[in-house]
Design a protein around this ligand. Structure first.
Ligand code: UD1
Ligand code: UDP
Length: 390
């Protein structure tokens, strides 16, 4: 009898963990595949919160995070850390997800060791190297390095084909974030989480106050962009004293400094610590609308029927924009104030955006990915075949 093939799942940040933990559990249950989990530790507290929520214990933690890390120093440490890990673990295949520095570095290190890479959430594109920065380049380079591409949508598949990827190596699966969200919603509805930083009424369906959920952390918004978006939130909080603005602040010091300086001390602005995944989903379900620059939140919120205003100029997730549940508003103070005010004051405009929409998946992306991974009878031979075909 053949021993199960070893699939190394390598990740490092909060969003990758959310989108890969359900896959890790499914690999654990599969008789022919065996997961080996390596976290780079690009994030520390934010990653630990997700691992704890999904009860995943990594086999290896490279523990790379340093306060205020630069892209190059993190990348250099991630490539050599992943290289050593791969030399020791000797996997048959590596799975990475998304577009962070961990993803690109793990894919490059695997490529150098001639280990095939499967890329989950492949094919997202803005076609603008500066936005989001550096994620657009991370995912383009990961595409070049990967042998298998799990595209969340048909649009993502079309992007991969436009980039010259062989069609037989692309599989449209839906996004695993919806699998994660379904699990979380079920658990939150069974047992509503305690959130020490927020009074209980914030999660109550009968509360007469509305809540705007805010998250922001994009590098291209650092500096002027953050100053501007924070001023927008400050003006909104003043204009709408009957609305609560709940902002779990990312731990990046480039985010914390302007947010604390401009927004602290306002009675209806609640700057809180990053939320664990289950508490975050509970707040997402309870909020009225979402103001964010996050990728994952753009995918989750439409599923729950929450309008999303995206504080960016581009998005690699155009599907929900086309469906009308997500709108790009950039970081300009007055533009943010105008769009949020409209949704808070105009019920018709709110109604048009608050329809539940699921362009990113049906919650079954994980089994589709697992089926494909199990289908590859001899992964290395399959890789060779695809390379020749391409
Ligand atoms: C990273 C990803 C970004 C992703 C985001 C998700 C890159 C280049 N950026 O951005 O694509 O959208 O994660 O959140 O891969 N920090 C902590 N504790 C933590 C996490 C971060 O203190 O648990 C602080 C540290 O000072 C760290 C800094 O935040 O140096 C920046 O972390 P880093 O992973 O480099 O960038 P993010 O902005 O988190
Ligand atoms: N999230 C969380 N706690 C928070 C904020 C976000 O658990 O306080 C989750 C969110 O549900 C989503 C993921 O983190 O699944 C998105 O991560 P982030 O916005 O940091 O990264 P991005 O998706 O922009 O890369």
């Amino acid at each position: 009898m053949q021993s199960p093939r070893r699939i190394s799942v390598i990740f490092g940040t909060r969003p990758e963990a959310v989108k890969l933990c359900p896959l890790i559990h499914a690999l654990e249950r599969h008789s022919d595949l065996s997961p080996h989990v390596c976290v780079t530790g690009q994030h520390r507290e934010l990653l630990d919160q997700v691992l704890e929520a999904f009860d995943v214990v990594p086999d290896v933690n490279l523990n790379l995070m340093q306060p205020g890390q630069t892209l190059s120093s993190l990348s250099a440490r991630a490539i050599s850390g992943c290289d050593q890990y791969l030399a020791d673990a000797k996997p048959d295949l590596v799975v990475v997800q998304g577009d962070t520095s961990t993803v690109f570095c793990a894919a490059l290190a695997s490529f150098y060791r001639r280990i095939p890479v499967a890329h989950v959430e492949a094919g997202l594109r803005t076609w603008n190297n500066d936005s989001p920065f550096p994620e657009e380049i991370n995912r383009v380079l990961t595409t070049r390095l990967a042998a298998y591409h799990f595209a969340p949508t048909e649009q993502a598949k079309a992007n991969l084909l436009r980039d010259g990827v062989a069609e037989e190596s692309v599989f449209v699966t839906g996004n695993t974030v919806i699998d994660a969200l379904h699990l979380a919603v079920e658990r939150v509805r069974q047992q509503p989480p305690e959130i020490p930083d927020l009074p209980k009424r914030f999660l109550s369906r009968t509360s007469d106050r509305r809540m705007v959920l805010v998250t922001a952390h994009r590098r291209e918004n650092f500096g002027a962009g953050f100053e501007s978006l924070c001023r927008g939130i400050a003006l909104l909080a003043h204009r709408f004293p009957d609305v609560d603005f709940v902002y779990p602040v990312h731990l990046n010091p480039n985010v914390r400094e302007p947010v604390n300086r401009i927004l602290s001390g306002k009675p209806n602005v609640h700057l809180i610590k990053p939320l664990g995944y289950l508490p975050f989903v509970a707040v997402l379900e309870a909020c009225y609308l979402v103001l964010t620059d996050s990728g994952g939140v753009q995918e989750e919120a439409p599923s729950l029927g929450k309008p999303v205003l995206v504080m960016r100029d581009t998005t690699e997730r155009p599907e929900a924009v086309a469906m009308g549940t997500v709108r790009l508003v950039g970081t300009d103070t007055q533009t943010i104030v105008r769009h949020v005010s409209e949704l808070l004051q105009d019920h018709h405009a709110y109604g048009l955006m608050s329809r539940a929409a699921n362009p990113y998946g049906d919650g079954r992306a994980v089994p589709r990915i697992i089926d494909k991974l199990a289908e590859f009878p001899n992964i290395k031979a399959e890789l060779l075949r695809l390379k020749i075909a391409a």
